[in-house]
Structures are given as structure tokens and as C-alpha cells.
Design a protein around this ligand. Structure first.
Ligand code: PXG
Length: 469
């Protein structure tokens, strides 16, 4: 098939050849990619994307956890066009500002729920989740310096967390594959174990008991490091890239108790979980904790244009602003007017269509109910949903919870069947996960579940043929 570009028409193979010759992709084995050729995604509409061969694909990952309002929304394109014609760019460094950046900051401050009188009145902008977490490290260290406690440098994170791919982001993250490349983590970042009950729960232990035990690892680490050296704890409300790991209900309140006890800052990395994904504008509301800093990116613009940032809570903002003088940190695109204008249009759309409310209510409940039905499948060890994220674990034996050996790469087997049959679902080890657009209807959820079950059946068929189950 020919793919029209502005200048010429190219075949799928032409583009694959150019791709392979010139484009270094993120997190990709290029030797492998060259042998098969990248799939070329050419357009999107609603919940669906199309490839250069004309195949229609249900995008149950919303691009990469971001296209929360679905593809093809004119209001976002129009907002970008209008802003580009009015003021495509101006910096906010030298005591200048721009209207969309100010409006968005005020809007985000109003959307962020107050907990126990603590509020978020300030926003620091970047263009991605990774940059935002770098900014968090800078702000946290500056905060403690200004309070006369410069020895408080250590940030505690968790294994299998994902906080981005810059030096600080990859260090904060707990991905061993990333740490293995380039001498990471950087100093003064340390990790505790993740709250993954299915894998780490003990026989006879309830989820609630496990949640308390898992939160206790934070206190143990604080004591091991020395409470006067710990600056902050960073965590995703639900681990996304780690495989949709949903902590037991007891986990977050206990984390809050511990960070309060030692006075350390709490960073909620909501790059995936904010903007309706879990049924709230910000996810800390769902779990009832009180972060000092909240990282956001992705769905603030539904991924239509890059924008990220940090919601800076009063505790930190007051010190930075009142005691700080100049904070020597910022990006060319901090408060980019076009990105902020698109974010405003995106929030308008989400509000008008009541997307967080839908996810928190009827549609989230329906997805949970339909997803739970997958538990009857021979390959499915356990399913879990929270709002519009869901995960399931593929197991060799449901009763004994025996997992597949790593070399079977069962997630990739399943992902292959999804890919070949019009469904984007992400594999993380032996976990299959989704984060679909928040606009799904009942009929869309039914169709999604039909596609997932089909992929599971095909996976079982392949594993059976190969004598692996
Ligand atoms: N924090 C969290 C919680 C994220 O999920 C980032 C930070 C970094 O954001 P940027 O915009 O710098 O990419 C993320 C990004 C995956 C996958 O495979 C997930 C992300 C990025 C790439 C792949 O699930 N999340």
C-alpha cells in the first residue's frame, strides 16, 4: 500500500527502510527491528489507529497511557492552530509570561484536591514526565538546603517503578535493565521492594496485611539510611510501566503515616494516573494521601503535544518562594503557550464529557465487571482493575500459581496475537495490561473484551501446540 506524505507517496517497505537507516527508536533492539520492519501507524480516530497496510487496530493503551480523550479531537487541533497564529512561542524566563501558561496553572491548582488544608497553588512546567522528575530532584534538594538541612539528600523509590529515562528519571525508577546501562542510579537514590501482592504475598497473608508489611519496608529503609538524611519518597499511585501493580488499600495510608513521622517529602508520580485515568483529576485523591509534589505529563494534553510538570504543594512552594531567591533551574519550553493552550482545550473536553466521573462510576464499574470474567480463562492467574487501567497475570498453573519460565516470554506470545488481530495490549513480563481511552462506551468495552479473550485463546492454542502448558 502507498502511504501519502506531503511530498511523495512511499510504500510501507520504503518507510521501513528509511526508518531502519535513520531513526533510533526509544527502548528498541535495532538489529531485531531491522529484520522485521517497524509497524507504521498512519492515523487515529476515536479508539482506533490504522497502520500503513490499512489494518484497523483497537488501541487499548491510549498511545502510551496518554490519549485519554481518544484520537481525532478537533478542539485540540484548533486550540493549537489558534495559539500558533497568536503566539507560537515565548519563553517564561526573564520575568515574562504568557496567557495560556497562567490560565493552565490556575486551572490545575483549582483541580488539585486539597487534603487536610494542604493545597497546590503552584505549577512548575516541563515537557515530559522525565524532565518533571528531574525537576523534582532539584526542588527537593533545594528545599532542604533552604531549610538548613543540606544533608537530607536521599530519595527513596521502589524496585520496578518507572519515573522516566533521563539520568534522574532512570535512577529514581527501579528498572534493573535501565540501571545496568550507564552507571545508574546516580548517588543518593535508593530503592525498596514494590507492593506486588500476587508475587510477594506470603501464604495465608491477607492483602491488607501485606500492604502494611510492604509500607513497612519504607520505614526500615529510612532507619537504615538515617532519618536525618532522607529527603523524599517517590512513588506512582499504581505502577504503570511496571505492569499495573495496584497496592492493597492499606498501603498508602501507612506510607502517609511513615512519611509524616519522619517529616520527609512525598512525591506522587501521576504521569499515568492523573487526568481521569483512575476516575479523579489527580490520583492521590483516590487513595487519600497527601503528597507535597505531584508529577504530571501525558494526558494533561491527551498526548496531542508534549507537556509535563510538577504540582508544587504549599509546603515546598512557600520555602522556595519566600526563602529561595532565584532557583537556577528551568527549560526553554517551560510553560510553552501552544502546549498549555492544548491542555486547556483538553481539560475543557474532559470536563464537558465528564470523563473522570464516567471512569469513577458506571464505566469503570463495567470495565471491572467484564475484566473479572477473564478469571475463568485457563491462562489467567489473576485480574485487577482500577479506573481505566487493568492488568492480568498469565500463569502455567492457576491452582499452584506456577509462572511460565522466562524463556517462554509468554507476555510477548500473547502480545503477538493481539498485534496480529487488531488489538494493542502491552506485555510486561508475564503481565498483560491495558489503559484504554476514557471515552469507551459499553459496546466498546464488550468489543475490547472479545479481542482480549480471542488473544488469550490463541495464546493457549500456541502454548498447547508447543507442549508448554
Ligand atoms: N513517570 C511515570 C509514572 C511514567 O509512567 C514517566 C514518568 C516519564 O515520562 P516521559 O514523558 O518522560 O516518557 C512515565 C512514562 C511503558 C512506558 O512501556 C511508560 C512510560 C513511558 C514509556 C513507556 O509502559 N511512562
Amino acid at each position: 500500500m502507498n502511504v501519502m506524505t506531503s511530498a511523495t507517496s512511499l510504500t510501507t517497505q520504503d518507510i521501513q527502510t528509511l526508518d531502519s537507516a535513520h531513526f533510533i527508536h526509544p527502548f528498541t533492539d535495532h538489529g531485531d527491528l531491522a529484520t522485521r520492519g517497524a509497524r507504521i501507524i498512519t492515523r487515529g480516530e476515536g479508539l482506533y489507529i490504522w497502520d500503513s497496510e490499512g489494518e484497523k487496530i483497537f488501541d487499548a493503551m491510549s498511545g502510551l497511557w496518554c490519549v485519554n480523550v481518544g484520537y481525532g479531537r478537533k478542539a485540540l487541533a484548533e486550540a493549537a492552530y489558534q495559539q500558533m497564529m497568536t503566539l507560537p512561542f515565548y519563553n517564561s524566563f526573564f520575568q515574562t509570561t504568557n496567557v495560556p501558561a497562567v490560565q493552565l496553572a490556575a486551572r490545575l491548582a483549582a483541580l488539585a484536591p486539597k487534603v487536610d488544608g494542604r493545597s497546590f497553588e503552584h505549577v512548575f512546567y516541563s515537557s515530559s514526565g522525565s524532565e518533571s522528575n528531574d525537576s523534582n530532584v532539584r526542588m527537593v534538594r533545594r528545599y532542604w538546603d533552604l531549610l538548613g538541612q543540606p544533608q537530607r539528600k536521599v530519595i527513596i523509590s521502589r524496585h520496578n517503578a518507572y519515573h522516566g529515562s533521563t539520568m534522574a528519571g532512570a535512577s529514581l525508577g527501579g528498572m534493573s535493565g535501565m540501571h545496568a546501562q550507564g552507571d545508574l542510579p546516580i548517588p543518593n537514590i535508593t530503592h525498596i521492594e514494590q507492593p506486588y501482592f500476587y508475587e510477594l504475598g506470603r501464604a495465608g497473608e491477607s492483602a491488607e496485611e501485606f500492604g502494611l508489611r510492604a509500607a513497612g519496608w519504607l520505614e526500615e529503609k529510612i532507619l537504615a539510611v538515617g532519618p536525618d538524611k532522607v529527603a523524599a519518597f517517590i512513588a506512582e499511585p499504581i505502577q504503570g510501566a511496571g505492569g499495573v501493580i495496584i497496592p492493597p488499600a492499606s498501603y498508602w495510608p501507612e506510607i502517609q503515616r511513615i512519611v509524616d513521622k519522619y517529616g520527609i517529602l512525598l512525591i506522587s508520580d501521576e504521569v499515568i494516573c492523573a487526568f481521569g485515568r483512575l476516575g479523579h483529576w489527580f490520583a492521590y485523591e483516590r487513595f487519600g494521601y497527601k503528597p507535597d509534589l505531584v508529577t504530571f505529563a501525558k494526558a494533561v494534553t491527551s498526548g496531542y503535544i508534549p507537556l509535563g510538570g510538577v504540582m508544587v504543594g504549599d509546603r515546598v512552594a512557600k520555602v522556595l518562594i519566600e526563602k529561595g531567591g532565584e532557583f537556577n533551574h528551568g527549560y526553554t519550553y517551560s510553560g510553552h503557550p501552544v502546549a498549555c493552550a492544548v491542555a486547556l482545550a483538553n481539560l475543557d473536553l474532559m470536563e464537558r464529557e465528564q470523563l473522570p466521573q464516567r471512569v469513577r462510576g458506571e464505566m469503570g464499574d463495567y470495565l471491572a465487571k467484564r475484566y473479572a470474567e477473564l478469571n475463568d480463562h485457563p491462562l489467567v492467574g489473576q485480574t485487577e482493575t482500577c479506573g481505566f487501567v487493568a492488568g492480568l497475570v498469565l500463569v502455567k498453573n492457576k491452582q499452584t500459581r506456577e509462572r511460565f519460565p522466562a524463556e517462554v516470554d509468554v507476555g510477548m506470545v500473547c502480545r503477538g496475537h493481539c498485534f496480529r488481530h487488531g488489538l494493542i495490549m502491552r506485555a510486561v513480563g508475564d503481565r498483560m495490561i491495558i489503559a484504554p481511552p476514557l471515552t469507551m462506551t459499553h459496546a466498546d468495552i464488550d468489543e475490547l473484551l472479545r479481542l482480549i479473550r480471542q488473544a488469550l485463546d490463541l495464546t493457549l492454542q500456541e502454548l498447547t501446540q508447543k507442549g508448554l502448558v
